[in-house]
Ligand binder design. Structure first.
Ligand SMILES: C[S@@+](CC[C@H](N)C(=O)[O-])C[C@H]1O[C@@H](n2cnc3c(N)ncnc32)[C@H](O)[C@@H]1O
Length: 249
């Protein structure tokens, strides 16, 4: 069986898989509008969150590691090339020679900072690119012990979508959580009617608990201005599904 591929290499597939993911678009675009441009998004992916910001005419820059994803985002943003563009780069070490009024990292992308050192480097780069009156937003899920400690003996259904190569595809997943490193290694299996063997993709996530976020932001000298447990502005509490931080210098 072929080795699993990195999920962040096939941009068209990412867009097809995430057809359903729309519940953060207005929240992020409204926040960016209120907070003001220029806006910088870290781990911008294929431009899913960037596009609605660009449509509003804000000055938007997206930073994305995967060349394939960056190319797809650039294509989507082409009609807004006067006010929006993508830069291929690493959120742990970027130097853009300008400062931003709003910086954000959405849709769990912070979880791709696998070690405290990676998070610290990223937060330092954010500090260097944030205006003194600027705001920095982070959105990610609150770790769910049930999800992390699921049985290794079965696959769990994730979603279904129309595959870009044709036909229907159902993704099932397994995960392996290492409580010591706090890394959750996820494997996705793509089941398609005409494929006898599912294609496999993989990605890792560092699991961040709210107390770790408090510590890392504090160590980076970034002030937490507000903390929410959902996109309606309710406080973060033990029942929250999301952790949303609005930060400043
Ligand atoms: C869950 S996707 C989110 C993409 C996009 N923000 C969205 O909301 O659809 C995570 C993204 O983080 C990118 N990424 C992972 N590590 C990165 C790094 N060190 N620097 C920049 N981007 C990174 C991946 O390539 C991927 O596009």
């Amino acid at each position: 069986m072929p080795a699993p591929r990195d999920i962040y290499t096939v941009a068209e597939l990412y867009d097809a898989i995430h057809w359903w993911k729309t519940n953060d678009l207005d929240f992020i675009a409204d926040w960016a509008t209120d907070s003001g441009g220029p806006v910088l998004e870290l781990a911008a992916g294929t431009g899913r969150l960037g596009l609605p910001i660009a449509v509003r005419g804000l000055d938007y820059t997206g930073l994305e590691l995967s060349p394939q994803y960056a190319a797809r985002a650039e294509q989507k943003l082409a009609p807004f090339s006067k006010n929006a563009h993508i830069i291929q780069g690493d959120m742990r070490s970027f130097k853009l020679d300008r400062k931003f009024k709003s910086v954000f990292i959405g849709f769990n992308s912070f979880l791709h900072l696998y070690r405290d050192e990676d998070a610290a480097l990223c937060l330092k780069s954010v500090q260097n690119h944030l205006r003194d009156d600027g705001k920095f937003l982070i959105e990610m899920f609150v770790p769910n012990p049930w999800f992390l400690n699921r049985s290794q003996d079965r696959l769990y259904e994730v979603c279904s979508f129309s595959h870009p190569d044709g036909g229907y595809c159902t993704i099932k997943e397994s995960n392996d959580y290492d409580a010591e490193t706090e890394i959750n290694s996820v494997r996705w299996y793509f089941f398609r009617p005409l494929n006898p063997q599912p294609e496999q993709y993989k990605f890792d996530m560092r699991i961040y608990y709210p107390d770790t976020m408090d510590r890392l932001l504090n160590e980076a000298g970034i002030k937490i201005l507000e903390k929410f447990g959902d996109r309606k502005g309710n406080p973060l509490n033990p029942e929250s599904e999301l952790q949303i931080y609005i930060c400043g210098k």
